[in-house]
Design a binder for this molecule. Structure first.
Ligand code: NAP
Ligand code: MG
Length: 400
């Protein structure tokens, strides 16, 4: 059988612990036997990041800027314990944070839908993709405890001189609290562009929700900027048979619970934080949640939403076998390969990615799955498989 030729390099970022073990198996079982592909390899395992003073992370992000598509394994974000465990020079920053800031990107989380793993919400039949703005608001706030009576104000002093503007927040008669938040037009616009790009790429409608009836300047600014980007991008979205719609956040939440899904739901930072966890648990397991970082100018990095599954790795280190779910990691690869295929006009590659996804889904639907899915699946007969045997079952199906 001849391998499918891929003409553009794919940026590959290796990672840590259990997901690193799975990563190698994915390449050996599903990539190398079928594809003639140049993988531009970056080792983001914590030891090599430490060795290169984290330069490898920056290099890998720049490689995505250059080639357009990357696939990333989960990585350790070191804390004090990890510094000791791996004798690191310091607590290196989160690779995902570094890559996100270089790409100026937005992270979208998308659940993998499997027929006999029903969502907690009965109406949900298609993935609800969440896009969370990842800058500002309460995550960059300043706040103050107000000890007693007095006045709190917002003051803006123009950099080039000129008149100050000030408004009173509250005239306190007794103790209380106060908070100051900010956001930036540039960041909101990048977010809006990434959302339109991804909705166009996924061929789904784009919903955006804020509370602009109450916050007539702050939240309203988000809506205005989305409307401006929509003027440019909406025709492209409409060409895919989809639409852009603005909702009040409470209306959107109510609609989501009655909807079958299948949209990209863009949210401000705090709403995205809360709703992404709600939607993820509604769809079942972390092992079925994928994640993609999309830049405003259309660069893509695919990964699993979960971490390096340390608890399972400890068992693996002791020589015990584990039943770790490889599905989100496999879908990171298929997502990246499919996108590479789209960009290169390589339909054979796109078809391969779809066939591999189909083999994974059919394997689980036929009753073979890892431990995390056993209690969720309604398959009439179920068999729990360990990490590697599950992947072998998928490979068998792919070959048949
Ligand atoms: P985690 O790796 O996501 O695992 C948390 C728990 O969720 C696991 O112990 C396991 O539960 C379950 N789980 C997650 N993925 C699973 C899978 N594929 N198959 C089966 N079960 C799965 O989160 P963590 O333990 O908090 O973090 C571990 C390391 O990952 C940390 O060093 C953190 O820095 C890193 N991390 C990286 C990323 C990233 O690179 N994107 C994201 C998050 C965390 P049971 O133990 O109950 O089976
Ligand atoms: Mg959260």
């Amino acid at each position: 059988m001849s391998k499918i030729k891929v003409k553009t390099p794919l940026v590959e970022m290796d990672g840590d612990e259990m997901t690193r073990v799975i990563w190698k198996e994915i390449k050996d079982k599903f990539i190398h036997p079928y594809l003639d592909i140049q993988l531009e390899y970056y080792d983001l395992g914590v030891e090599y990041r430490d060795k290169t003073d984290d330069k490898v992370t920056v290099d890998s992000a720049n490689a995505i800027v250059k080639h357009g598509v990357g696939v990333k394994c989960a990585t350790i974000t070191p804390n004090a314990d990890r510094v000791k465990e791996y004798s690191l020079k310091k607590e290196w920053p989160s690779p995902n944070g570094t890559i996100r800031s270089i790409l100026d990107g937005t992270v979208f989380r998308k659940p993998i839908i499997i027929n006999n793993i029903p969502a907690a919400v009965k109406s949900w039949k298609k993935p609800i993709i969440i896009g969370r703005h990842a800058y500002g608001d309460i995550y960059r706030n300043v706040e103050m405890i107000i000890p007693g009576a007095g006045k709190a104000e917002i003051v803006f002093t123009p950099a080039g001189g000129g008149a100050e503007s000030r408004i009173t927040i509250h005239e306190y008669k007794g103790p209380g609290v106060v908070m100051g938040m900010h956001n930036l037009d540039k960041s909101i616009e990048s977010f809006a562009r990434s959302c339109f790009n991804y909705a166009i790429s996924e061929k789904v409608p784009l919903w955006f929700a804020t509370k602009d009836t109450i916050s007539k300047k702050y939240h309203a600014r988000f809506r205005t900027i989305f409307d401006e980007v929509a003027k440019e991008k909406e025709p492209e979205l409409k060409a895919t048979g989809n639409y852009y719609a603005y909702y009040l956040i409470d209306d959107a939440v109510a609609q989501i619970m009655k909807n079958e899904g299948g949209m990209l739901w863009a949210l401000m930072n705090y709403d995205g934080d809360v709703q992404s966890d709600m939607v993820a648990s509604g769809f079942g397991s972390l092992g079925l949640m994928t994640s993609v970082l999309v830049s405003p100018d259309g660069k893509y990095e695919y990964e699993a939403a979960h971490g390096t599954v340390t608890r399972h790795f400890r068992q693996h280190q002791k020589g015990e076998s584990t039943s770790t779910n490889s599905v989100a990691s496999i879908f990171a690869w298929t997502g990246a390969l499919h996108k590479r295929g789209e960009l290169d006009g390589n339909t054979e590659l796109m078809k391969f990615a779809e066939k591999l996804e189909d083999a994974v889904i059919k394997t689980i639907e036929s009753g073979e799955m890892t431990k995390d899915l056993m209690s969720l699946s309604t398959a009439p007969s179920k068999k729990q498989l360990d990490t590697i045997p599950f992947m072998e079952a998928v490979q068998k199906r792919l070959n048949s």
